[in-house]
Design a protein around this ligand. Structure first.
Ligand code: FES
Ligand SMILES: [Fe+2]
Length: 385
């Protein structure tokens, strides 16, 4: 029995993170305990920024996107003047949810399907059938309630916390890095969005994303990815509330995602990833002309919604290699990681685990798990300090 093991650790909800190199990983209950999950909900997700989409998705008047945050729901709309607004997605009459699709376009009003109260795209109540004879009723009192929204690097974010630090402040310096690796980011449109349910805690998914240790040690698809990168140069960097992991291209490769690179075009030849606290990642695969978005949305302690979105430059034929990369992500790389996420989640319950050990090693920075530690620390501090 090693010193790591103590049956008591199964219930232990404190973590000493003072020595990541020699110390223990965050205790396993952080990945399934119901109280921890409630605390994360209140202190992380009710206070953080949530990515809704790209500003280009709001070019047409009446375009809307619905973003759910646990039982909260927000609808982001575009007014005729091009102003983007975010509203609590609820009718002020008797509380019916207003918009029930993820995305869409309305004529000029958001109409409640229950008693047909209709709201202008500036949130004002335009019509409320049969209220004309009500005493003390004024439509002005029943506008939609506003949600805080910010645009950062062309992306629309919302938060339920009035006091949240502005995105640009939280991610100071991030936009410059994003523009370097995703130069056409302003011109993109949404190509595809896929939601996948994963039976794992949201942090299990995030951990897997922020380390390269498993690349050439897990499944065959990961080895294909590692082969596209000059893995020695893989660099994982923690900033305050964001982190990057970037792999320069392996210039020797002639094929990617099963297709020849000859004649192909791309925005970036690097494997580029940037994660914004707590659960949004933007990325670009080597030799592709697209911007990927990867969000792990917690649903319950052991169930998450993984949202894969792909954006590509508007009005430009998507290169075959990029199409193949998207297919490869959806059918090969994503599923290979999801299997690991779910087997990891199961193992965390074992009384034979408790907590483990980070591989943090400056002599192999490309394989080091310092970003996993950094992420755990941010989560722990958010709920404990
Ligand atoms: S609840 Fe919306 S109109 Fe009645
Ligand atoms: Fe992976």
């Amino acid at each position: 029995m090693g010193k790591n093991y103590s049956p008591k650790s199964h219930k232990d909800l404190t973590w000493d993170y003072s020595d990541p190199v020699n110390g223990q990983t965050i205790p396993a209950p952080f990945f399934y305990d119901a109280d921890i999950f409630e605390q994360e909900k209140e202190r992380i997700f009710m206070e953080c920024w949530h990515l809704v989409g790209h500003v280009n998705e709001f070019k047409e008047p009446g375009s809307f996107i619905v973003q759910d945050i646990f039982e909260q729901s927000v609808v982001v709309t575009n007014e005729k003047d091009g102003n983007i607004h975010a509203w609590h997605n609820v009718c002020r009459h008797r509380g019916n949810r207003l918009m029930n699709e993820r995305r869409g376009k309305v004529g000029g009003v958001l109409r409640c399907p229950y008693h047909s109260w209709c709201y202008n795209l500036d949130g004002g109540l335009r019509a409320a059938p049969r209220t004309e004879h009500l005493d003390n009723f004024s439509k002005e009192d029943y506008s939609l309630r506003k949600v805080r929204m910010e645009i950062f690097a062309g992306w629309v974010f919302i938060t339920l916390d009035e006091d949240a630090q502005p995105v640009a402040e939280m991610a100071a310096g991030a936009e410059e890095i994003m523009r370097k690796y995703m130069p056409d980011m302003d011109d993109v449109e949404l190509v595809e969005e896929t939601d996948v349910i994963v039976y794992a805690n949201w942090k299990v998914i995030q951990e897997n994303a922020v380390e390269g240790y498993h690349f050439d040690l897990s499944g065959p698809v990961h080895k294909d990815l590692a082969a596209l990168i000059d893995f020695k140069g893989y660099t994982l960097t923690a900033y305050d509330k964001y982190w990057t992991y970037i792999g320069p291209p392996n210039k020797e490769v002639t094929h990617a995602y099963g297709l020849p690179l000859e004649g192909a075009t791309w925005q970036t030849d690097s494997f580029f990833n940037i994660g914004l606290w707590p659960n949004t990642s933007f990325y670009s695969f080597p030799y592709t002309d697209m911007v990927g978005v990867f969000i792990m949305i917690p649903l319950t302690p052991e169930k998450s919604l993984l949202r894969f979105s792909y954006y590509a430059p508007k009005g430009r034929e998507m290169p075959e290699v990029t199409k193949a990369a998207i297919e490869w992500m959806n059918k090969d790389l994503g599923p290979e990681d999801i299997v690991l996420n779910e087997t990891n989640q199961k193992g965390l319950h074992s009384i034979g685990f408790g907590s483990g050990r980070y591989l943090i090693d400056d002599s192999i920075p490309n394989q080091s798990e310092h970003l996993v530690f950094n992420f755990h620390k941010l989560c722990y501090q958010a709920i404990r300090e």
